[in-house]
Design a protein around this ligand. Structure first.
Ligand code: DUT
Ligand code: MG
Length: 149
């Protein structure tokens, strides 16, 4: 288990800090720290505060914000940026871009769970400039190039 510094920016979040719902959960649900219900019309997106900030402080891990499957599949509520990537040196408020890609208006209620945070390992790479790559089985083949006879 990795420990990450967290600031409570909205007092309501003090009672419900992000926590894994089950021992095997990969994601921690993020809540909409709204003062009033927010109606997202079809096609509309809105940046919503989560009431917390995190500082990972180590380039090894990063955090990703992903949609919740139920909201995305049943109601078309996904992320305006598709995936949110939280840098290890970011210290500002965690924000969720909610996008209603569906056909009907959807109301987000205060403190509703709107997305999930996943902590992932990151490899930072240095690039070594070369003129030729060593041979590989795939070479330059891509975009459906495999499995053809
Ligand atoms: O869904 C998101 C995505 C990003 N962030 C924060 C954390 C992240 O570290 C920072 C910058 O995000 P990103 O690098 O994806 O955005 P950018 O458009 O490249 O902005 P910047 O120039 O600040 O890097 O914004 C969020 O709070 N929520
Ligand atoms: Mg950036």
């Amino acid at each position: 288990m990795t420990t990450i510094d967290l600031k409570v920016l909205d007092a309501r979040m003090a009672e419900q800090l992000p926590a894994y719902a089950t021992p095997g959960s990969a994601g921690l649900d993020l809540r909409a720290c709204l003062d009033a219900p927010l109606v997202l019309e079809p096609g509309q997106s809105q940046l919503i505060p989560t009431g917390i900030a995190i500082h990972i402080g180590d380039p090894g891990p990063a955090a990703m914000i992903l949609p919740r499957s139920g909201l995305g599949h049943k109601h078309g509520i996904v992320l305006g940026n598709l995936v949110g990537l939280i840098d290890s040196d970011y210290q500002g408020p965690l924000m969720v871009s909610c996008w209603n890609r569906g056909q009907a208006a959807f109301t987000i209620n205060p403190m509703e769970r709107i997305a999930q945070l996943v902590i992932v390992p990151v490899v930072q790479a240095a690039f070594r400039r070369v003129d030729e790559f060593g041979a590989s089985e795939r070479g330059q083949g891509g975009f459906g190039s495999t499995g053809k006879h």
